[in-house]
Design a protein around this ligand. Structure first.
Ligand code: T6T
Length: 314
């Protein structure tokens, strides 16, 4: 099948056009708190959430902080908790800082489902759903190795330490690269989820080590910026492996500025999250931990299926 944008189903009701009473057993409200607003990964996850919610009779309200930042996400969580939805699906922005606010939500009787990211002690959550992020990091190294079998220097561009997903991807990559003596690991640099910062980090790294052969960019914005940094250096044969498959990433793959993508399944993570919330609200069987798959997309298999296809941009 052709790689297509994952679109929200037209039948999903929005929070604005459907009403349900807050509190009590007739509470059918689900709050979705994104890691960051405007990120194609979470937009696609929202599609999966809305589709499953419509099927199971829930309404969804989505909010996200303007940056992937717990100081901006905490007030959103606190106000969601005060509004008492039946369930909260959330991608916490920090393993430590979001622990207490989410414990408070659970203590208020809200079913908390962690989607994508997690916290240090998720025991308050009814379920957590994420990709195999360690495996994805290891797969990213394999993709660099396939493109640069002779070995050489490799660099990781991540977002911030303390984000469970990207930290796990870095770990998976690090363990794999350190086990292969043909490669020199230059370490991880943090872009704060800002493409311009990622581009600057890559430019500076290439000044210092012009012979870098591969870069692993641990999420959408790291990949976007890394591609810019390599492009600005001009004429370099560097393999960039990015995580996620938003429209910009697919274009970068087609243009040859990025060589491989680890595509997650954000829509599936979202719909699984709604199923778990529903199970816990209706006395069904809850699965505490669910791991979703990923697909490696290269130019060669671009027309095949990849993750939840390419993620949606709006
Ligand atoms: O890679 C995803 C997500 O899994 C991660 O937790 C944060 O970054 C993304 O949202 C992509 O920008």
């Amino acid at each position: 099948a052709a790689l297509a944008l994952a679109a929200c189903s037209t039948g999903a009701p929005s929070a604005e056009d459907t009403t349900a009473a807050a509190g009590g057993s007739d509470n059918k409200n689900i709050a979705f708190v994104q890691g960051v607003a405007g990120d194609e990964f979470y937009i696609t996850m929202e599609c999966g959430i809305k589709e499953k919610a419509a099927e199971l009779g829930y309404t969804v309200t989505t909010q996200g902080p303007q940056k992937f930042d717990p100081t901006l996400q905490k007030p959103i969580v606190d106000s969601v908790t005060a509004s008492k939805p039946a369930a909260m699906l959330i991608a916490p922005t920090d393993v430590e800082a979001m622990q207490a606010p989410l414990e408070q939500a659970a203590a208020a009787g809200i079913k908390v489902v962690l989607v994508d990211t997690t916290v240090n002690d998720p025991s308050f959550a009814v379920s957590q759903i994420s990709s195999d992020n360690v495996g994805g990091g290891a797969a990213a190294f394999d993709a660099i190795k396939a493109a640069k079998p002779a070995g050489g220097k490799v660099l990781v561009i991540s977002t911030d330490p303390g984000i469970s997903t990207v930290d796990a991807r870095v770990k998976g990559f690090e363990d794999a690269v350190k086990a292969d003596s043909a490669y020199t690991y230059l370490g991880v640099q943090y872009s704060h989820n800002d493409p311009a910062t990622a581009a600057n980090l890559v430019s500076a790294a290439l000044q210092k080590d012009p012979d870098i052969v591969g870069i692993f960019a641990t999420n959408l914005f790291s990949a976007e910026g890394s591609a810019t940094g390599v492009r600005q250096a001009g004429g370099k044969d560097i393999t960039i492996v990015g995580f996620d498959a938003g429209p910009n990433q697919i274009k970068a793959l087609e243009d040859g500025t990025v060589q491989a993508l680890v595509a997650q399944q954000p829509a599936t993570i979202g719909s699984d999250g709604v199923e778990q919330a529903d199970a816990s609200l209706t006395g069904g069987t809850v699965t505490p931990t669910i791991q979703t798959g990923f697909t490696i997309i290269t130019k060669d298999n671009l027309s095949g299926e990849g993750g939840d296809a390419a993620y949606k941009s709006s």
